[in-house]
Design a protein around this ligand. Structure first.
Ligand SMILES: [Zn+2]
Length: 437
């Protein structure tokens, strides 16, 4: 049985329902790409496949893409809730993070990857520290990730030099892994934690290395007001003046953008990661202006943010939350319909990270998720896309493939028990170290 999870093999997924259409079969070649997809192709490929997965009329959709996370924060899940953002960071999150070890980042990322695989996410855009250990966890988990070191210079020259080194080291390390699933990005944390010189260095380094940029933008009104007071311009304009708005840039949150900033992001080809659960939990007091971004033609994706402010990595829940938050905030029930919310979680996210995934067509990498139809929340099935967004959770995902490899089959993930106990132990010891300090 374990062989199924480790082998590079050809796979016939028979008798599944396309999220937006009819019954189909999917043939995955042993190079990890989709060879063919269509009704009745099982007759042609049955003899050829090393493994046949009986889809049992499950709903097949592209693997989900989480465009903003801090995966290792899964160890902080439930550690501190229901506080105001600055107190939450100053009193709880940062003091605990000061005690993080590389091993904690490894186990936290292992746990996050397990949760993602179990809820149908096969690629994520992550910013954190000690990312060499995150890369090790991602390599083992078999999913895709774009990893950035959270660059925070706090306006100090000395700290900036250390952050530049850390960024360079991570990029060099990821290149040395030579793993096509793992990419590097520059991760200037935000305009209120990084000096203009630091922001500019990240922009130039990312351009020179041809890598992505991952940044927080306009999460709170304070960030906007402070930026105007300090620099005489709004945050997106400030980032643009530092060279950080590019087609390779993913900007997270973006709650307080105005119309001119949305137009600027569109002009530069920036992708925006909407993080509705985190924004609601930390009460940012304004939802990301989806109508403005949409009108401007910006690629809007979806992200969970870290587990300390969500508190899970379930992209199905996030898609529903996004659709509800937008409707509620702008008092318009026709805003962000289910098919757009699903696109945000799949094809738009893939585009944001520059991945050739997010769609089930011949030639694309086989990043495929099967969601069971034989469950209460999928009965009846008038409209699969509606059910996926408004009725399902990640718990209904039964099978997950990434790059043609089976990562979960009928909810079994190899090594799950060891990951749960390893991560649980790391979290307990982290809290003990912090409390005895
Ligand atoms: Zn974040």
């Amino acid at each position: 049985m374990d062989d199924i999870f480790t082998r590079q093999q050809s796979i016939l997924i028979a008798d599944v329902r396309q999220a937006g259409g009819g019954i189909t079969d999917i043939f995955v070649q042993d190079d990890g790409t989709i060879g063919a997809a269509g009704e009745g192709i099982r007759r042609e490929y049955k003899g050829e496949a090393d493994l046949i997965i009986d889809g049992n009329r499950a709903i097949a959709l592209p693997g989900l893409v989480n465009t903003h996370s801090h995966a290792a924060m899964s160890l902080l899940r439930g550690y501190a809730d229901d506080m105001i953002l600055q107190d939450w960071l100053n009193q709880k999150i940062w003091p605990l993070e000061a005690h993080l070890t590389p091993s904690d980042v490894y186990w936290g990322t292992k746990l996050a990857c397990l949760e993602m695989v179990k809820s149908g996410t096969v690629a994520f855009n992550d910013m954190y520290f000690m990312m060499e250990e995150a890369a090790r966890a991602v390599g083992e988990a078999g999913i895709r990730a774009t990893l950035s070191y959270g660059f925070i210079d706090l306006f100090s020259l000395e700290k900036r030099e250390a952050e530049c080194k850390a960024t360079e080291n991570l990029v060099r390390h990821i290149r040395s892994l030579n793993n096509p699933r793992i990419k590097a990005a520059a991760g200037p944390h935000a305009i209120y934690t990084v000096s203009p010189e630091g922001l500019r260095w990240c922009a130039e380094f990312a351009a020179e290395q041809k890598i992505g940029i991952h940044v927080h933008l306009s999460e709170t009104e304070t960030e906007v007001n402070d930026c105007i007071a300090r620099y005489g311009k709004r945050p997106a304009v400030h980032l643009d003046d530092c060279g950080l708005l590019t087609q390779r840039t993913v900007a997270a949150h973006c709650c307080w953008l105005d119309a001119a900033e949305c137009a600027l992001l569109s002009k530069r080809g920036v992708s925006v990661s909407h993080n509705p659960s985190s924004n609601m939990k930390l009460a940012t007091n304004r939802a990301m202006p989806y109508p403005l971004l949409n009108d401007a033609g910006v690629n809007v994706c979806l992200g969970t943010d870290g587990c300390a402010s969500n508190n899970n990595l379930d992209m199905f829940g996030e898609a529903k939350t996004a659709a509800l938050l937008q409707k509620f905030s702008w008092n318009n029930p026709t805003l962000l319909p289910a098919h757009e919310a699903l696109a945000m979680a799949t094809v738009n996210g893939a585009r944001g990270l520059g991945l050739p995934t997010g769609t089930i067509v011949a030639g694309a990498p086989a990043d495929i998720v099967l969601v069971t139809a034989r469950t209460a929340c999928n009965t009846p099935l008038h409209n699969a896309i509606s059910n996926l967004v408004y009725s399902c959770s990640g718990g209904e995902v039964e099978t997950t493939l990434c790059n043609g490899r089976v990562l979960m089959l009928e909810r079994e993930v190899p090594g799950e028990e060891q990951i749960l106990s390893g991560a649980g132990k790391a979290a307990r010891e982290l809290v003990r170290r912090a409390q005895s300090a």
